[in-house]
Design a protein around this ligand. Structure first.
Ligand code: 9MR
Length: 678
């Protein structure tokens, strides 16, 4: 970072923590030159290579184990889980450059979750950015932690470090590297999206350092609206009761003001990213549907909205007041969230009433995903109709539009918009992205040309649709700025996705031309384009071949599981399980599990069991059928992932809650047989 890091500390450009982005293959080999490595610690020279403990723990070079070569770094004498090895990168990392940091970790004994983070200090105040969240590590082998990190502010202290989640066990690290791909300047000679699409504001969500350097230039060239992707959520704004902080959102808001960007406020009430204290009663127990708990919960809700919405006042013209409240699998269509379980529909009524009182001029939205799915769409419609009839001040419906290259059909998207017209409310597209994947089992090292072409036609047709309904659609926001930072890299499984208009190096994709000038969509971007390229017809998908249950959506309903067969009758049986915590925030976490058939006989139908030891509770699970009874968790296959051929695997993901610690389960059984834990 040389001169930059030591620049005047007054100019903190953004203080948003950078979400951990698990490294997946780069989006396009042709566009990504060889990365430049700025840091290597291989511990092959008999020294600790500049690493130091974060406290009084002991660091020493060792040859007891090594990931590569013969040496590694041993960390012993830890007295707290946060203690671990750290390295000064103040003179290594430049502000605004996206570094890929990789480290190998191995416990000396036992098991724990390891995390890779960066501590930065500005004006003496420390902040901690998680680069890789809790990842299971044992003494049996080396585990890689890889993530991306972009420093967004001027700092006087910057150190990369490794810590664990629970124990003070000794551990080893080895082969730590940091590298980056040189940034390309943004293309200034192409039309700005906001100049072409003039019917409504067009926006992007930002979750990291997208307001500095080239990202900031790309944002302001093309977009005239912005949505803070995480910075306004409850866990970011009121992490502990009645202590409000806008450290993440304020720099984004200042940037939006400077560049005259409209701001969508996202979100006041959601079942995710809400600290567990919100749902803890005065008695310290989880709230239930008692009058006392309901009163306390609604009081907390009111206080939160008065503070957060009030903090920005008219600077935020549109708020997602409630997010994802529909569950079409319930007969009444209402998601059984903590909010609903304690307060029934009154949490939605209270949220809109208070928001209206605080913000008489703002447009108040109810926002949800899969609103193109008729069952969900209709339940959302019914709810809005009922609440509006009661006088609840709902101004608009937000369609998230997390779709993929072959789902849904354009007709379904049009029906989605038409459905809500009779309600006389505004409509906005709030979180659009178009995954290149059409099933959870796909993973491409680079995006295939035919998928990028299909994606361009989807963007073309969807924007044409939105513009056709300009009387209803008052804003369209994409869920991300460019393919270098998208939530789809880790959802529903970890793999590199490319769902946006600009590639990982911020250059315009065919998808961009689909929006801006479809005649310039390149129909053969590389010789590998399949001959079955979509024709330039309006239909983007021949049929709804991908059912909603495998679409890329934040929470995916699963079909009933297939019956679980007994152990295979011929061949050997065997299984291996990888359980990873892929993200963690106060009170909540996201995880994924991969099951591999290590036997020689196929597995037809599976049921995986484990025990939680620290009160963790899964709230939502996709690509499997969940049963949790106390500490015992059972996940059975869905209809489409029950067969595991030898070496075959299946993965599922989930969201859960935790308090205190969140240790990885010690053992797993598949169809009753114990699996190897990786
Ligand atoms: O983009 C957000 C991602 O960075 C967070 O990790 C994730 C955690 O819940 O939330 C993402 O945004 C979600 C949005 O708030 C609501 N709709 C679904 C979005 C994708 O998960």
């Amino acid at each position: 970072m040389r001169a930059l890091a030591r620049l005047a500390l007054a100019t903190v450009l953004v203080a948003a923590p950078i979400a951990a982005v698990t490294l997946a293959p780069t989006a396009n080999a042709a566009e990504d030159p060889t990365p430049i490595t700025v840091l290597t610690s291989n511990f092959e020279d008999g020294t600790v290579q500049g690493w130091a403990g974060r406290s009084a723990e002991t660091l020493a070079h060792t040859t007891t184990v090594a990931h590569g070569g013969t040496g590694s770094l041993a960390v012993t004498g830890r007295t707290a889980a946060w203690q671990g090895p750290s390295l000064d990168v103040l003179d290594v990392f430049e502000k605004g450059t996206a570094y890929t940091i990789s480290a190998w970790v191995r416990m000396a004994s036992g098991s724990d979750n390891a995390r890779l983070s960066v501590e930065r200090r500005t004006g003496g105040t420390a902040a901690y950015d998680q680069v890789v969240g809790n990842t299971a590590v044992t003494a049996n082998g080396w585990v890689n932690l890889t993530g991306r990190y972009t420093l967004a502010s001027d700092v006087e202290f910057l150190r990369v470090y490794v810590e664990t989640a629970s124990t003070t066990e000794s551990f080893y690290i080895d082969d730590v590297t940091a590298s980056y791909v040189p940034a390309l300047p943004i293309q200034t000679d192409i039309p700005s999206v906001q100049d072409v699409v003039t019917e409504f504001p067009v926006g992007a969500s930002i979750t990291g350092a997208e307001i500095v350097t080239t990202h900031g230039e790309l944002l302001t060239k093309h977009f005239n609206s912005v949505t803070p992707g995480n910075a306004l959520k409850w866990d970011a704004t009121e992490p502990t009761e009645n202590t409000f902080t806008y450290a993440q959102a304020d720099p984004l808001m200042a940037f939006a003001r400077t560049h005259d960007l409209a701001v969508r406020g996202h979100t006041l009430v959601w079942h995710n990213q809400t600290p567990s204290w919100v749902f803890t009663g005065a008695d310290g127990q989880p709230m239930t549907a008692t009058a006392e708990d309901k009163e306390l919960l609604l009081a907390r809700l009111e206080n939160h909205i008065r503070n957060v919405a009030g903090h920005y006042g008219d600077q935020i013209g549109v708020w997602d007041v409630v997010n994802e409240v529909i569950d079409e699998n319930q007969s009444d269509g209402l998601r059984r969230s903590n909010w609903f379980n304690v307060a029934g529909l009154d949490y939605i009524r209270t949220a809109f009433r208070v928001a209206r009182e605080v913000l008489p001029n703002a447009k108040l939205y109810i926002n949800d995903y899969n609103t193109n799915v008729p069952a969900k769409r209709d339940k959302l419609y019914n709810l809005i109709a009922q609440l509006k009839a009661e006088g609840v001040p709902i101004d608009g419906v937000g369609h998230q539009v997390h779709i993929n290259v072959s789902w849904p059909t354009l007709a379904e998207s049009e029906a989605m918009i038409q459905k809500f017209i009779p309600l006389g409310i505004d409509q906005q597209v709030t979180e659009m992205d178009v995954s290149i994947y059409t099933s959870n089992s796909e993973s491409f090292p680079t995006p295939p040309a035919d998928r990028l072409l299909k994606q361009a036609y989807v963007y073309r047709d969807m924007f044409a649709l939105f513009r056709k309904y300009a009387a209803e659609i008052t804003s369209v926001t994409l869920w991300g700025l460019a393919d270098d930072n998208t939530w789809l890299d880790t959802f529903p499984v970890t793999r590199k996705d490319a769902p946006l208009l600009f590639d990982t190096r911020l250059q315009a994709k065919s998808a961009y031309w689909g929006v801006v000038d479809p005649s310039k969509i390149n129909p053969s971007p590389s010789p590998s384009v399949s001959s079955a390229s979509p024709s330039p017809s309006v239909s983007v998908s021949p049929s709804a071949s991908v059912s909603p249950s495998v679409s890329v959506s934040p929470s995916v309903s699963v079909s009933p599981s297939a019956s679980v067969s007994p152990s295979p009758s011929s061949g050997t049986a065997g299984c291996a399980v990888t359980y990873r915590v892929t993200g963690s925030w106060p009170g909540g976490f996201q995880g994924d599990v991969k099951i591999t058939n290590t036997g020689t006989a196929p597995i037809a139908g599976w049921s995986l069991n484990w025990q939680y030891t620290a009160g963790q509770k899964i709230s939502q699970l996709w690509n499997g059928a969940l049963t949790q009874s106390g500490t015992a968790v059972t996940v059975a296959n869905t209809s489409w992932n029950g067969t595991l051929s030898p070496n075959g695997s299946a993965s599922f993901g989930f969201l859960g809650s935790w308090t205190g610690t969140n240790p990885v389960p010690a053992a797993f059984t598949l169809n009753g047989a114990t699996c190897t834990t990786l």
